[in-house]
Every structure is written in C-alpha cells, then in structure tokens.
Write a protein of this length. Structure first.
Length: 253
C-alpha cells in the first residue's frame, strides 16, 4: 500500500501499459485518474478499479490537459503522481512521411509529456506536494528502426526532457524518471507479435527469452513513483529483457 492517500494520474490509461500502471497504483492504495482519448474503453477500464475515475482528454492539446488536471484536483483533491504514458507509433518510411504524421507523433508522445508535467508541477509546487513523474520512453532512444523517425525522436526527447525537468523540479523535492520498455505485449505490438517471423526475430534479440508484460512495466512505474526510489531522479530505466547489452558478436537464437 505504498500509495495510500495518494492520487495518481495516468495518461493513455484505457488499455495496455497505461491501464497496467493504473491497476497497480490502485492495488497499492492510490485513487487513480485514468486519462485517455478512447472514452468507450477508458470508461470500462476505470469501472474495474474502485475509487478511480475516467477523464477523456487528448493529451497533446493544452486546453484539454489543463481541464483534465483541474478536474482531477476537483474530484480527488490533489495529484501526487503523474505517469506520462499516452503514445502512438505510426511507422512510416522517411521519404513518405508527411509533416502531419511527424507532428501527430511528436504532439501525442512528447508535447503531452511537457503539458502534463508543467501543469501538474505547478499544482504540486503550489501545494508543497513532493510528487513524482514517470515518463514512458522506449529503447528507441538508442536502438531503433528506419520507419521510426518520428517515434524515436519523440522518445529521445522524452528521456532528455526527463533529465532537464528533474533538475528544474529537484529543488521542490519532486522526482522525474522514465521507463524505456523493450517489447511489451499490447495492442501497439500485436501486429508484430502475431507474425511468426517477426516474433522470432524479436525473441532472438531478447536474452531473457520472452516479451514483457504490462505488469512488468507497472511494477517499475510503481517503484519509481514510490519512496523506495527517493534518491532516484532524471533516469531512464530500460526494461527490455537484456536486449541493449547484446552486441554484434553474440549468436542469435
Ligand atoms: N508496447 C511496447 O512494446 C512499448 C515499448 C516501448 C514503449 N512503449 C510506450 O508505452 C506507451 C503505451 O503503449 P502501449 O503499448 O500500452 O500502447 P496502446 O496502443 O495499447 O495504448 C496506448 C493508449 O494511449 C491512448 N492515446 C493515444 N493517443 C492519445 C492522446 N492523444 N491522448 C490520450 N490518450 C491517447 C490510446 O487510446 C491507448 O489507450 C506508449 O507511450 C508507447 O510508446 C510501448
């Protein structure tokens, strides 16, 4: 019950990793605001977590973010933890990528993280809340794909933003960290993981020999947001089954 009497706001919480985090925070005693664009799935998910609420919001639009932060404070009284998790991929070959594709990925993944962080940090500082932020980055900050120009840029930006914001908020006792998942089984990866060839490609580069679960990510998010991580800030924790340690002389299974 590390989050008893605490309020957590999780973006992209209707399903996948975001819902996994929301569930874990609720199980550890938090009241949780599940924030997502997808109202239908979000409402059903929130209904499974007693004491939580669903709030519809496009996390990349400032007016909606401000309204959602205000509604969370009105409903639960405060915000102690924010998990900036909302994200999309939209893989596109570089030469075919439209400006709109690039903007949408950057706005949804990166700008949303800035907007929720700034808005919630203002509230925490005003109220003297020594809160915590957990940002969903990716191994794509470091190892990526040719179709991931926008996605990799957004995730590299999230990890860099995590460092800069951790410095800005450290004097207020507020910590900011990120998680860089490898391959986690969710709707985002379903198409890849349903294809036997890419499934085996991915596993051949995953030393622990399995895909990650939303529970694996939620456990690290809960740790980072808790007092157990009281001296940890500005870091990206890569949760990827050992993939980033592999080098080119390692045999592939
Ligand atoms: N699944 C993986 O292997 C993996 C790996 C690395 C990083 N991540 C990151 O984890 C996060 C969650 O991914 P997931 O796998 O659970 O994906 P998912 O597609 O299952 O869930 C993403 C959620 O974000 C919501 N969302 C999308 N745009 C939004 C917006 N503008 N405003 C509010 N909500 C919005 C969607 O409705 C959905 O509920 C993403 O940031 C993703 O980049 C995932």
């Amino acid at each position: 019950m590390r989050f008893k009497d605490k309020v957590a706001l999780v973006t992209g919480a209707a399903q996948g990793i975001g819902f996994g985090c929301a569930k874990r925070f609720a199980e550890e005693g938090a009241q949780v605001a599940l924030v997502d664009l997808n109202e239908e799935v979000g409402r059903k998910s929130a209904a499974t977590l007693p004491g939580s609420a669903f709030l519809r919001c496009d996390a990349g639009i400032k007016a909606e973010v401000d309204r959602t932060i205000a509604a969370t404070i009105e409903r639960f009284g405060r915000i102690d933890v924010v998990v900036n998790n909302a994200g999309i991929v939209r893989p596109k070959p570089l030469l075919e990528m439209a400006e709109e594709d690039f903007d949408l990925v950057i706005r949804t993944n990166l700008k949303s993280t800035f907007l929720f962080t700034q808005g919630a940090a203002r509230h925490m500082i005003e109220r003297g809340i020594k809160g915590a932020f957990v940002n969903m980055s990716s191994t794509s900050t470091t190892i990526t794909m040719p179709t991931h120009t926008a996605y990799a840029s957004s995730k590299g930006g999230i990890s860099s933003m995590t460092k800069a914001v951790s410095l800005a908020l450290a004097p207020h006792g507020i910590r900011v960290n990120a998680i860089g998942p490898g391959t986690i089984e969710t709707d985002m990866t379903a198409r890849l993981l349903n294809d036997p060839k890419s499934r085996s490609n991915i596993l051949s580069r995953t030393p622990l020999g399995r895909f990650g679960t939303t529970g694996d990510v939620a456990a690290v998010a809960a740790f980072l947001a808790s007092e157990d991580a009281a001296y940890l800030t500005g870091q990206t924790i890569y949760l990827e089954g050992g993939r980033m340690g592999l080098n080119y002389v390692m045999p592939v299974a």
